[in-house]
Design a protein around this ligand. Structure first.
Ligand code: PDD
Length: 276
């Protein structure tokens, strides 16, 4: 199996993590997950633009252009012969003796990317269950940071409750899932948290909004409460790995009639059409 280390394609067995890599010690870095459909990267320009933005926000300079990164990722996908899957990639601030403050600017970031096979059936995803949890994360959730403790603790609570996702809220205002964005449908209109510092501006969320525009589904980027969430006709989670998934039960309570709704199905179908 091949991986990318600092822009070069290498065998996985040759690659080692340094003890004093700042990603390993501090979670000091940024990452992306990009989907591969039919051997091709999906919405990679948007993911790579966000990666560079996230890095900039924490003063990491990525020493490659989007095009350079893309060319190598395509090579990696071909080498590993991935038809359906994901690419995981991360940049850390680099290797330096442990010290909270940044190392000198001559320390280069460490870039790693690898692929994973993920089956794709094209079948519309059925309803999933979720719980609600308090959002205990920091106030820069717009950065796709390697620091995921808050997200991990939320997801673990969902797993222990036999649920797929944990929907987070700050003082009763819904922010996002532990690894996804969350939207609701009320009176046929889609409502989703605006892209502020409190959420990650998901690429799938952005594709969903584009689909709403294309299909004339009315939508509003506005936050909503836990009460609105539980009373919604439809609840939708979006992410690179979950694509567009209906949430049909929250905290043991059915959403709508407990089945995937019409707006959700419309969005799912249009999303599948984007892929092909
Ligand atoms: N998670 N919000 C959070 C906190 C996320 O971690 C993710 C993605 C999203 C959705 O973003 P996108 O549509 O660009 O994938 C929203 C990825 C898939 C992960 O951590 O594995």
């Amino acid at each position: 199996e091949k991986m990318i280390l600092n822009g070069e394609i290498r065998n996985r067995s040759e690659i080692k993590v340094e003890i004093e890599d700042r990603g390993y010690q501090f979670g000091d870095g940024v990452y992306e997950v990009i989907r591969i459909y039919n051997g091709k990267l999906f919405t990679s320009e948007m993911h790579l633009a966000r990666l560079i933005e996230s890095a900039k926000k924490i003063n990491i300079t990525i020493p490659y252009t989007i095009e350079e990164i893309e060319v190598k990722l395509k090579e990696l996908i071909a080498e590993n012969a991935i038809t359906f899957g994901t690419v995981y990639m991360q940049f850390t601030r680099g290797v330096s003796p442990r010290n909270h403050a940044f190392p000198s600017t001559d320390v280069a970031p460490v870039y790693v990317a690898y692929t994973k096979e993920v089956p794709y059936s094209g079948v519309l995803k059925p309803g999933a269950k979720a719980i609600t949890v308090e959002d205990i994360r920091w106030l820069r959730c717009d950065i796709k940071s390697l620091n995921l403790l808050g997200n991990i603790l939320a997801k673990q609570k969902a797993a222990e409750a036999g649920c797929f996702e944990a929907i987070q809220h700050r003082c009763g205002t819904v922010t996002e899932g532990s690894s996804s964005n969350v939207s609701i449908v009320v009176n046929g209109e889609l409502k989703t948290h605006p892209a502020t510092n409190l959420i990650l501006n998901g690429i799938t969320r952005q594709v969903m909004i584009k689909i709403c525009k294309d299909l004339g589904i009315s939508y509003k980027e506005d936050d909503f409460t836990l009460e609105e969430l539980l009373a919604a006709e439809e609840v939708i989670m979006t992410s690179t790995t979950a694509e567009i998934t209906p949430i049909t039960e929250i905290d043991g309570q059915a959403i709508g009639n407990g089945e995937s709704g019409t707006v959700t199905r419309q969005l799912q179908q249009a999303f599948h059409a984007e892929i092909e």
